[in-house]
Design a protein around this ligand. Structure first.
Ligand SMILES: [Mn+2]
Length: 285
């Protein structure tokens, strides 16, 4: 069974901004698409424990709750599919599946999410989620999520990013994080396929994460940070589908769809195609 773990929050606030994305995708038939991949489906909803007090605290408390849902899914033999507002859902996913000593993350995103409080010019907390995952910042709050251990940067494969801040670029370089530019995703024997193969040799399983803004702006505006220069949608779908042939996939997440930015509905269509591809990676017992 696939457990569709819905996290309808943006920066700890329910139902606003990208926090409205998961319910919009569910209303558009997300469950049926997962079922179409041969799985039974149950939808779980994650709620922020307690009252919202402040953004940073809520952001991390929410991921602790996500981790609990993911852990329960794993315990029951279900496949965790996190449908979330923010990329921070990777933290709850990684903690919940216990990526362990050899696990890795394959991360599709137009951005690096590798800012730290020291490099961020905007203060956008979700733009730091990869930096938290790799132990670059917010260390005390990260340890408040049981099961979350800092992942060495070489066990995260960043794919499709093209809108990076200078500080992120420096950190990606200095931590030697594997990075595949949008034009490296496609084609027979692509740079991406080779990187996943290399990754598979060292990792005993991966979490696959898609920030919907990895799609090219020409395929739809996923959110307010959407960027041109992305990979063609078909290329992305093929790349995602191919991961399962190379390495065990333990869990997946799809985030960052902001319905109000998607004037023509094409980002939703793209999101549902990618959701279907991710569901195709699910292995259940
Ligand atoms: Mn992101």
């Amino acid at each position: 069974m696939v457990r569709l773990i819905c996290v309808p929050y943006h920066l700890g606030r329910e139902g606003v901004g990208m926090g409205a994305g998961p319910d919009r995708m569910l209303a558009a038939g997300a469950e049926a698409l997962v079922r179409g991949q041969g799985h039974s489906v149950v939808v779980d909803r994650v709620a922020l424990p307690g009252r919202f007090k402040h953004e940073i605290g809520a952001y991390f408390a929410l991921q602790d709750a996500v981790a609990r849902h993911v852990r329960r899914a794993v315990r029951q033999g279900d496949f965790p599919f996190v449908l979330g507002g923010n990329c921070g859902c990777v933290l709850g996913s990684a903690a919940g599946i216990g990526l362990g000593e050899h696990g890795g993350v394959i991360w599709f995103d137009a951005h690096g999410d590798m800012n730290t409080p020291e490099t961020s010019a905007s203060g956008f907390l979700d733009g730091m989620s990869m930096a938290v995952l790799t132990g670059q910042c917010w260390a005390t709050l990260a340890t408040s999520i049981p099961g979350l251990t800092a992942l060495p940067a070489d066990r995260v494969l960043l794919a499709g990013a093209r809108a990076l801040d200078d500080g992120e670029r420096d950190l990606i370089r200095s931590t030697r994080m594997p990075f595949i530019a949008p034009d490296g995703l496609g084609g027979e024997g692509s740079e991406f396929t080779a990187a996943v193969r290399h990754f598979a040799e060292r990792a005993d399983g991966v979490h696959v994460h898609i920030d919907l803004d990895v799609i090219d702006l020409g395929d739809g505006r996923a959110n307010e940070f959407a960027a041109a220069g992305g990979p063609p949608l078909d290329t992305l779908v093929t790349a995602v589908r191919g991961i399962g042939d190379q390495t065990p996939v333990k869990s997946v997440s799809l985030t960052s769809y902001h319905p109000s930015c998607d004037d023509d509905g094409r980002a939703l269509t793209a999101g549902l195609r990618l959701l279907e591809s991710l569901a195709g990676l699910a292995v259940t017992r």
